[in-house]
Design a protein around this ligand. Structure first.
Ligand SMILES: Nc1ncnc2c1ncn2[C@@H]1O[C@H](COP(=O)(O)OP(=O)(O)OP(=O)(O)O)[C@@H](O)[C@H]1O
Ligand code: SF4
Ligand SMILES: [Mg+2]
Length: 365
């Protein structure tokens, strides 16, 4: 994630002129809304960020905050079957290597998918076809974009399975998805995602269903492969700890919007938004007693149909009454710079934040 020198979109406000982007991936004021019988679900509601090649952006937020919808939107898959049949309303701009994807020919976007950009899905079973062998699926993914014979493609598939740490890849290539363990399936899907050396890789909760050891292996793998291929990577998770080490930058989502973003170190060690404080407080810590550690953010995520007025976090925020004149309930806070390349959307003044952080939050972490 980089500062957007030309458009200024990094401060959350894309300009009308929409000048050409400077970053490899630039998302400007992305909105993905779903019309439903109950009303319009504003799953993503004005998200802007940029990402360079060779860098990793971590997107963090609770369940339902819009992380997967964001990634499906970037991949041009927001209307995909897994999210229902009603047509999503999508607006904003998604620039990938100089091409604006939302206004591009869908055939062109389809060609980019798999070749220039690829996604590791939250649920590997939804991305792998049960009736075809793992090998056949990787071969197919490769041959769509490369004019090679099956033998050459199979060699490439074996090489990829080997690369992601599947033992005896020349034998396992003929296995079906259900014959693999969860961790192996996740690896196979990573192999399939990376077979065409994508320049943009989106990994949506790549480790949630896995045990801690396999989680660490998968994250190492993504890191190694990124170094090797120099790709831009987005890692999506609800676990701030996962991205603290892996990501260069972190973007915290709440109710379909960004509430904080900046360099991973700053967001992790000096967060400036009460919601990020809550996420940090709820992180499992190995050095604490069980009852001391898991303090979830109190309350439930907001309705995306009736988003609370003012700051969407106000019904759950312990500091909602600190800023004057009930402003947290009436005025939506915009992202403002709180440090170098570090933004937060909160009405607390710099002094108020500092005092709360030093006296109440930091000592408990
Ligand atoms: N097709 C759709 N129609 C209506 N609502 C939808 C649709 N797709 C997604 N949503 C809603 O959008 C919101 C954001 O969903 P999303 O899958 O992006 O959440 P998430 O942050 O990825 O959560 P999780 O951590 O559980 O994966 C959810 O409330 C979801 O129910
Ligand atoms: S704007 Fe108010 S309610 Fe929202 S996070 Fe800041 S202090 Fe809490
Ligand atoms: Mg998700």
């Amino acid at each position: 994630m980089t500062e957007l020198s030309k458009s200024g979109a990094a401060v959350g406000e894309p300009t009308d002129a929409s000048p050409a982007p400077t970053a490899f991936l630039e998302v400007r004021d992305l909105k993905v809304h779903f019309p439903t019988d109950d009303g319009l679900v504003k799953s993503v509601d004005g998200l802007s960020f940029a990402l360079e090649k060779g860098k990793t952006l971590g997107i963090v937020g609770e369940s339902g905050s819009g992380k997967s919808v964001t990634s499906l939107g970037i991949m041009g898959l927001h209307t995909a079957g897994q999210y229902g049949k009603r047509k999503a309303q999508i607006s904003g701009e998604i620039w990938l290597d100089g091409t604006e994807l939302l206004s591009a020919d869908p055939d062109h976007v389809r060609k980019l998918r798999g070749r220039q950009m690829a996604m590791i899905f939250q649920d590997p079973l939804s991305a792998l076809h049960p009736y075809y062998t793992i090998g056949a699926q990787i071969v197919e993914a490769y041959r769509i974009h490369h004019n090679v014979d099956k033998k050459t493609a199979k060699r490439r598939a074996v090489e990829m399975l080997d690369r992601v740490g599947i033992p005896q890849p020349d034998k396992r290539i003929d296995s079906y998805p259900h014959e693999f363990s969860g961790g192996m399936r996740q690896r196979a899907m990573i192999a399939m995602s990376l077979v065409n050396n994508p320049e943009l890789l989106i990994a949506d909760e790549p480790t949630t269903a896995l045990d801690v050891t396999v989680q660490a292996q998968i994250l190492d793998l993504i890191r190694d492969l990124q170094k090797e291929f120099g790709s831009a990577v987005i890692v999506i998770t609800h676990d701030l700890g996962v991205v603290a080490e892996l990501a260069d930058d972190i973007l915290v989502m709440y109710g379909g919007r960004c509430v904080e973003r900046g360099p991973a170190e700053d967001v992790f060690y000096e967060p400036r938004h009460p919601y990020t404080w809550g996420l940090l407080g709820s992180m499992p810590r190995l050095d604490r007693e069980q009852q001391e550690r898991l303090v979830p953010v109190k309350g439930s995520p907001p309705s995306l149909i009736n988003i609370p007025s003012g700051c969407a976090f106000n019904p759950r925020c312990p500091y909602a009454d600190v800023p004057k004149d009930n402003v947290t309930r009436t005025v939506r806070p915009e992202l403002t710079e709180v440090g170098s390349r570090h933004w937060a959307a909160c009405h607390l003044s710099a002094e108020q934040r500092e005092t709360i952080w030093i006296n109440e939050i930091a000592p408990k972490l």
